[in-house]
Design a protein around this ligand. Structure first.
Ligand code: NAD
Length: 340
């Protein structure tokens, strides 16, 4: 019997890259059945304040797993991010982002023979993403930052468990507790408390600005890093840059009841509809989802085909040597399927 999951195509390049990934799944006979849900900017515009219909919400809650394309959030006043709302509604408190060197994706580090393999765990619900902001006067805006002990503990515990599951030796906590003594101070305090329960994992902490400097000079010294929400968001895009860019950054939002798998990148409005988007990040997220669901053989087959395709030099135009004619989304997808 097929396993049923909810799928949201998303906005911008979302439908193009989702179609590519599902075509690869089909070619590998992945035993998944998809229930497409109504979610995205057009549903927000149509008056659904959460960016999804009641039916979509019910389907996702029943199935427990959502595979989603990126969704647009207009900048500025009055509009809540559909992505942030979804993470909050379902308490997907841990955002795991895995970054590793992919053969065929040339970066300053791959050229220097330095392999990167690191995981960022970002707290996904609290911090400034609570969106508690107000104007004190017309010229003064105030934002509140919420960090709680239970909220910190659930993501930090997830990070240690993930490190253990992956057989990692080290976990670092990135923070700014030297300045934000109460908020980041609490996050760090919880990290140090939880660390005592995991003596097999070397726990350390590092101030986030120093962390950024070390990540761009010596990324190979890190295995996994746990951070609060905003700092984790910024540091993880930095890490995407280390391995070739946003087109290679997968992400999983993990909660106790519902999990959401998606790429780190957004809707890429500048290239939407042109058929040139890179589906790799969504495919890597899909591969993590297959492992999460227990489809290990499909995950390995598809991962090997992807890696082999990249090694052959077939890729979309967002990276690599622009002098070599690069393929579009469909041709890249066809090449992966041919290599399965
Ligand atoms: P973006 O990630 O969409 O694009 C940044 C740059 O990276 C662009 O030049 C884009 O063309 C390129 N890029 C991104 N993904 C690519 C891919 N798969 N292949 C090739 N190139 C790719 O970031 P942005 O422009 O800041 O945001 C656009 C919209 O996406 C905003 O509305 C934002 O809120 C939303 N967003 C959504 C999510 C999500 O759904 N999880 C995440 C981030 C941003």
């Amino acid at each position: 019997m097929k396993t049923k999951i909810a799928v949201a195509n998303g906005d911008g390049i979302g439908p193009e890259i989702m179609a590519a990934v599902l075509r690869i799944f089909e070619a590998n006979d992945v035993q998944l059945e998809y229930e497409f849900v109504e979610m995205g900017k057009s549903y927000f515009d149509a008056g659904h304040s959460t960016g999804m219909t009641a039916q979509a919400k019910e389907t996702i809650e029943t199935l427990g797993l959502l595979f989603k394309g990126p969704m647009e959030t207009p900048k500025g006043k009055g509009v809540k991010s559909i992505n942030v709302t979804a993470r909050k509604v379902w308490n997907t408190y841990a955002n795991q982002r895995d970054f590793r060197t992919l053969n065929g994706v040339e970066t300053v580090f791959s050229k220097a023979g330095i392999p990167i393999n690191l995981t960022i765990i970002r707290e996904n619900i609290e911090d400034t993403y609570g969106g508690i902001e107000h104007l004190l006067t017309y010229d003064v805006a105030v934002g509140r930052r919420i960090i709680t002990r239970p909220g910190s503990e659930q993501v930090i515990r997830y990070a240690f468990e993930m490190a253990r599951r992956k057989g990692l030796k080290k976990l670092a906590c990135g923070h700014k507790a030297n300045i934000m003594k109460l908020t980041d101070g609490l996050f760090l305090e919880v990290f140090q408390e939880v660390a005592k329960e995991y003596p097999d994992i070397e726990a350390s902490d590092i101030i986030v600005d120093d962390l950024c400097m070390k990540l761009v000079t010596r990324p190979q010294t890190f295995e996994a890093i746990v951070l609060t929400n905003l700092q984790g968001d910024i540091v993880s895009d930095l890490c995407a840059g280390l391995v070739g860019g946003l087109g290679f950054a997968p992400s999983a939002n993990i909660g106790d009841n519902i999990s959401i798998f998606e790429a780190v990148h957004g809707t890429a409005p500048d290239i939407a509809g042109k058929g040139i988007a890179n589906p790799t990040a969504l495919l890597l997220s899909g591969i993590s989802m297959l492992r999460f669901l227990g489809f290990s053989k499909n995950a390995a087959d598809i991962e090997n085909a992807l890696l082999y395709t990249l090694e052959q030099g077939v890729h979309t135009g967002d990276f690599g040597d622009k002098a070599i004619p690069s393929s579009n989304t469909n041709a890249f997808t066809d090449a992966i399927i041919a290599n399965l």
